[in-house]
Write a protein that binds this ligand. Structure first.
Ligand code: GAL
Length: 465
């Protein structure tokens, strides 16, 4: 990236008309034009004849990219409000959509958190089977709401099965002290398995919290958030990394656990502050070459750090880079597409939703560019609140070109166990909103887009592999 810019700038600023340098610039422009025409012809040709597979997939993914509007009426300012909502907002200020969302007595409650009657039930769906309904309850094959918040997926090549790991928050929500964030005691990390990404079987709590020993990291009054699992092809082990904290979020550490099986049990190893720095919201990412990385919010959540993991994935190693400095981002969800690294992050507003941003980099260690809000459709408030949710993971869909699933949490701070999942199609393609950088007439970065749908499913012809 830097090289390209240097090249462009020096040729533009130091030439005088008629000089050999200007002649060179003309020649280069001609070459660039020819290349562009050739590329255009190639892609047109490409669409029509050469790649029937791509052609087949076009109509499949087009449906996912349809822009769907969403309307909701703000209720009149009068009406019953919970004292908690009034305290949060102050008595005078009219409620915003986010206030309504956070107010458990709001008339819009059922709009944001529809009740059990609309739950996705793998055994009762009939014609509606395989449809994702973002924000509606989602039941597992036992008929219970899935408990895998702040989670991520692992595709296990050995069993050709998807595993979904996340926080089990199926306990009472309370505040540890007045003014403290709403919380649920640590129950542990849940695991669900599926072969179609829609029907999920509960594999149980694969890393349980600790009931009695108050010196243990997983002691129930501490914090365990955002668990993610990757497989180490060299050691054959499944390695889990997670955010470990105390009730006041001052420990700010990462924890590591390991298992020989994707469905556990996982053995908890230890926690630490990576490279001595605070680590709160985090994720891990396994690259095509088998190297793995930890990404974490640090320095009071004002920046992210990316660190290599050791070959066995059980510890961090050098190098480490500070990225998005001063941008105050968290909830990182990282993925790779055609050799470029992408990341979706949220702002730092606790359980309250805020605007997502997409970032891209040619190297995982940066420099990372911020490209703007990936959310498309819904309405303005939906887009400014990531559809009232917060990023947690991006699932690659190798069978579908340029397509991924964006996984997010619609937190319900009044009843955290009833937080919902917002899964939406994410595609990479087209020019970005910002920064508009060009290379030989082509935008340097591709847009990351997350499309709102009230109801959607993966194309029928879709296969995992
Ligand atoms: C959010 C974070 C969540 C959780 C929450 C607690 O900012 O993304 O994982 O830590 O704060 O308030």
């Amino acid at each position: 990236m830097r090289m390209r810019h240097k090249y462009r700038k020096s040729s533009a600023f130091h030439c005088n008309a008629g000089s050999p340098c200007a002649l060179l610039a003309v020649v280069w422009s001609l070459v660039a034009c020819t290349l562009m025409v050739q590329f255009y012809c190639y892609t047109r040709h490409d669409d029509k004849v050469e790649h029937p597979i791509r052609l087949n997939h076009r109509p499949l993914t087009r449906e996912l990219e349809e822009v769907e509007e969403e309307n909701f009426q703000m209720p009149p300012p009068r009406g019953k409000r919970s004292p908690r909502a009034i305290k949060r907002r102050g008595p005078r200020r009219p409620p915003s959509a986010i206030d309504e969302f956070l107010d458990e007595s709001s008339e819009l409650r059922n709009f944001f958190f529809p009740d059990r009657r609309t739950a996705i039930d793998p055994f009762k769906e009939g014609n509606n089977s395989m449809y994702f309904y973002p924000g509606q309850q989602w039941l597992d094959t036992d008929g219970n709401p899935i408990q895998a918040h702040g989670g991520g997926l692992l595709y296990d090549e050995n069993s050709e099965t998807y595993y979904w790991y996340g926080e089990n928050k199926d306990g009472p929500t309370y505040q540890a002290h007045s003014g403290g964030a709403a919380r649920v005691d640590i129950i542990g990390v849940s695991c669900y398995s599926s072969s179609d990404l829609w029907t999920w079987k509960n594999e149980g709590v694969v890393l349980p919290g600790e009931e009695m020993n108050d010196t243990h990291d997983l002691y129930k009054l501490n914090v365990l958030e955002r668990p993610k699992v990757i497989h180490n092809d060299k050691t054959g082990q499944y390695v889990m990394w997670m955010h470990i904290d105390d009730v006041n979020y001052t420990k700010a550490s990462v924890g590591v656990a390991v298992s020989d099986s994707p469905s556990g049990p996982f053995e908890y190893l230890y926690s630490k502050r990576p490279h001595g720095f605070e680590s709160r919201d985090m994720t891990i990412f396994k690259d095509d070459d088998g190297k793995a990385y930890l990404v974490y919010s640090s320095e009071d959540n004002s920046e992210l750090h990316i660190s290599s993991l050791t070959e066995d994935y059980l510890d961090i190693s050098q190098p480490m880079r500070r990225i998005l400095i001063g941008q105050h981002r968290e909830a990182p969800a990282l993925f790779k597409h055609q050799g470029v690294y992408y990341m979706v992050t949220s702002g730092c507003t606790g359980w309250a939703p805020n605007r997502a941003l997409a970032h891209a980099s040619e190297s995982i260690m940066g420099p990372w560019e911020t490209m703007g809000n990936p959310c498309v459709g819904g309405n303005r408030i939906f887009r400014m609140t990531t559809f009232f949710s917060q990023s947690t993971f991006v699932v690659p869909l190798p069978g579908l070109p340029n397509s991924f699933i964006f996984m997010a949490d619609r937190w319900n701070p009044a009843e955290l166990r009833d937080s919902r999942y917002v899964w939406l199609p994410l595609t990479v393609g087209g020019p970005v909103d910002e920064p508009l950088e060009y290379n030989f007439g082509f935008p340097v970065w591709s847009r990351v887009s997350v499309f709102w749908h009230r109801k959607w499913k993966l194309p029928d012809g879709w296969r995992i592999r």
